[in-house]
Design a protein around this ligand. Structure first.
Ligand SMILES: Nc1ncnc2c1ncn2[C@@H]1O[C@H](COP(=O)(O)OP(=O)(O)O)[C@@H](O)[C@H]1O
Ligand SMILES: [Mg+2]
Length: 251
């Protein structure tokens, strides 16, 4: 049994069957990549795992408990954190202020935006945020406006914000999309380090094969909303079915 078990998940948007009969088992402490061409249903699947979408059929169990029908913040409290395709940080706040917000949410649960000023005056939250920035190697950037950072550093901050919630499962949707090679490699190194040093499972949705083969120890290939194959990386490379799914794409 994996820490995350997806069984027979289906999701339809109007006339489009975006997902059908999706089965997925993510082993604890693994780095599991979900890959597939554009429109394969990767983001839809991820949204079903984090409470943003409710599938029409099937089940999603995290550590033996169903995530379906729970609000995103409840799923977060169960130990699942996610990084979206576009970084979700407050550009007008400093790096340190951004980091303080999830540290506060972890302690006090959901918070209102108008509570933000009071968050910044709390000493234990400040300390926790400073420590996390240290761990992310971002201490020198703590007074920078988040919007002024490079894409790679925004991503690093966002991943750190997720880790401050001490998740057991970290989900990432194409975390290197649109990045320059140097930023991509930076993100790969960070995720490798997190996987090596922490008791954490990583599920990563990815389009870039360089990222996939640098990180994953298990891969599920999704095509037209359904898993084509799930295997170890060495068996995915050169698999003719996988090549066919990507035909016409520069994967
Ligand atoms: N909210 C939605 N309403 C209608 N169609 C959607 C919606 N979200 C995704 N789709 C469609 O579902 C399919 C899968 O999309 P998505 O999960 O975003 O694919 P991927 O992330 O693999 O590129 C696509 O054809 C997309 O256009
Ligand atoms: Mg997507």
């Amino acid at each position: 049994m994996g820490i995350l078990e997806v069984k027979n998940v289906g999701k339809r948007f109007g006339g489009l069957q975006a997902l059908s009969e999706v089965n997925l088992s993510v082993k604890e402490n693994s780095v599991h990549a979900i890959i597939g061409p554009n429109g394969a249903g990767k983001s839809t699947l991820l949204n079903c795992l984090v409470g943003k979408l409710i599938p029409d059929t099937g089940s999603v169990m995290f550590d033996g408990q169903s995530v379906l029908g729970r609000a995103p913040y409840e799923i977060n409290q169960m130990g699942i954190s996610r990084v979206f395709q576009t970084p979700e940080i407050f550009g007008d706040l400093t790096v340190l202020e951004n980091m303080m917000i999830p540290c506060f949410a972890k302690r006090d649960g959901a918070f209102e935006l108008n509570a933000i000023p009071s968050v910044f005056s709390q000493k234990d939250i400040l300390e926790k945020a400073e420590n996390m920035l240290e761990e992310m190697n971002m201490a020198d950037k703590r007074h920078m406006h988040a919007a002024a950072m490079s894409r790679g550093d925004k991503r690093r901050l966002e991943i750190g914000m997720c880790l401050s919630q001490e998740p057991r499962l970290l989900l990432l949707d194409e975390p290197t999309a649109g990045m320059a090679r140097a930023d991509t490699n930076n993100t790969i190194d960070l995720l490798k380090q997190i996987s090596d040093e922490r008791d954490i499972t990583i599920a990563i949705i990815e389009h870039d094969m360089h990222v996939v083969f640098s990180l994953a120890n298990r891969i599920t290939v999704l095509a037209q909303g359904t898993p084509l194959v799930e295997d170890d990386p060495e068996n995915i490379r050169g698999n003719p079915k996988v090549r066919e799914a990507y035909l016409g794409e520069s994967a």
